[in-house]
Design a protein around this ligand. Structure first.
Ligand code: FE2
Length: 443
């Protein structure tokens, strides 16, 4: 969707396609394992997959059938089981959850009624319906759970159940790319007041003045990260914040999650397969503390969230912030690695057609990028449509990640999209790039 209003039929078609695409991926992620795998908890950090399966249906029923459609609850007794705030993930396996076949049937019934509702909807009469927002919110919710379920399948032990093609090689100019790009000084528009399906924390648009800085052209690679390890980066408290060092000791961190040192070289295990670490691939599964320590070791720092967004969106030629680094058109396979098409990031320097005006590549897709910023509301923030989406998470406990990973679908990924997590988390598809203030010496 562009900021130009789509007509009702086109909007209806887009919503149906997004909902259907999300459900197809959900079906693949939950159909590739057997029933026992669906109900077991693969990690205390994650829900059993069967919880996600019924939870997406329950949220869809709640927001679309009840709030928008005014329907009575289909199965009110199950609502508390699938309320993410009532039961933390660790508790969910002990709940009387719907078994897989019933969860699928429930999802199917809800979806049938939602598509009927969509057919009749004129997308007017309430703020929730305007621009199809409620439908867009539910499509984004399901693909976010598709990413969560992929994280669960990565944590799962056992033989591989998922296969995907490998992304292509880096383009021929990747080796000649400058290590960093300059983002010039000046104000830019951060956030949005016009993106129809933007969530509350992305709003409203506001002006932020950003001092000039340099940003890595690509995410930090496994090869570069390997040098930090080799140089004793994990053993030198100088590079770590006090909290980071304490966590590094307590958790025994010595390499990214899923890495092992085998036969004199690093290997990584992904979705049940172990293979040599690829030096040109963006590093994945590092926590904020590791990213921050690496940056300090490299004589640099993590970018702030505002710096990241300015690098990704600001077009100095027009003075306007774009929807995406490459412009205003929706992501496609030539500009970004999104949507679980590949189950790994593409080599650093890929997607020249997706470069931002500043020259940085892969800002959208591949890996979520840690920023130095805490998750805070923008000036003028208003919780909508519910406080639990963002507002209850604001504060210094959470760090912001930007850009989206290979695991998130385009519908839930844009230049303004904000993700957040605890600085110790690394089961997520997280990487980073580094920055330095202009005028600060090069390391
Ligand atoms: Fe959810």
């Amino acid at each position: 969707m562009t900021e130009v209003q789509l007509d009702t039929e086109a909007l209806r078609g887009r919503i149906a396609a997004e909902l259907t695409g999300a459900r197809e991926r959900t079906a693949q992620l939950t159909g590739c394992v057997d029933e026992a795998d669906l109900v077991v908890q693969h990690s205390p950090l994650m829900s059993p997959l069967v919880w996600d399966l019924a939870h997406v249906a329950n949220q869809e029923e709640l927001w679309l059938l009840r709030e928008v459609g005014g329907r009575e609850p289909m199965h009110p007794e199950i609502d508390p089981l699938y309320d993410a705030f009532e039961h933390p993930r660790s508790e969910r396996p002990s709940l009387p959850l719907l078994p897989p076949d019933e969860a699928r049937t429930y999802g199917h019934e809800v979806r049938g009624r939602v598509l009927d509702l969509l057919d009749r909807s004129s997308f007017s009469g309430s703020k929730l319906l305007g621009d199809g927002f409620a439908f867009g919110m539910i499509a984004q919710h399901e693909v976010q759970h598709d990413e969560t379920m992929l994280i669960t399948l990565q944590l799962r032990a056992g033989a591989p159940v998922l296969a995907a093609p490998a992304p292509g090689l880096a383009p021929s100019d990747a080796a000649r790319l400058p290590a960093e790009v300059l983002v010039p000084a000046g104000p830019f528009t951060m956030g949005t007041s016009t993106e129809p399906w933007a969530l509350d924390n992305e709003r409203p648009a506001h002006t932020v003045d950003v001092a000039p800085f340099y940003l890595d052209t690509t995410p930090v690679t496994c090869g570069a990260y390997g040098l930090f390890i080799e140089d004793g980066g994990y053993d030198d408290p100088r590079w770590w914040t006090p909290a980071g060092w304490e966590h590094r000791l307590r958790a025994g961190l010595s390499a990214p999650l899923y890495w092992s040192f085998d036969g004199g070289a690093w290997a990584r295990t992904a979705f049940g397969k172990t293979e040599p670490v690829r030096p040109d691939e963006p590093v994945l599964h590092v926590c904020w503390y590791e990213a921050d320590a690496y940056a300090r070791w490299a004589g640099r720092r993590l970018p702030t969230e505002a710096e990241w967004e300015k690098a990704a969106r600001f077009d100095p030629a027009t003075g306007v912030s774009r929807r995406y680094p490459w412009g205003n058109f929706e992501p496609n396979a030539s500009v970004a690695n999104l949507g679980q098409e590949f189950l790994r990031p593409a080599p650093a320097g890929s997607y020249p057609a997706g470069a931002a005006p500043c020259g940085a590549r892969q800002l959208i897709g591949d890996v979520w990028e840690w920023t130095s910023s805490d998750f805070m509301p923008y000036p003028g923030f208003a919780a909508w449509p519910y406080r639990e989406y963002s507002e209850v998470f604001f504060g210094p406990e959470y760090k912001v990640l930007r850009g989206g990973s290979f695991a998130v679908s385009p519908v839930a990924c844009r230049g303004t999209f904000r993700n957040w997590d605890y600085p110790i988390r690394r089961q997520i598809f997280s990487g980073f790039r580094t920055a330095r203030s202009a005028g600060a010496p090069t390391a």
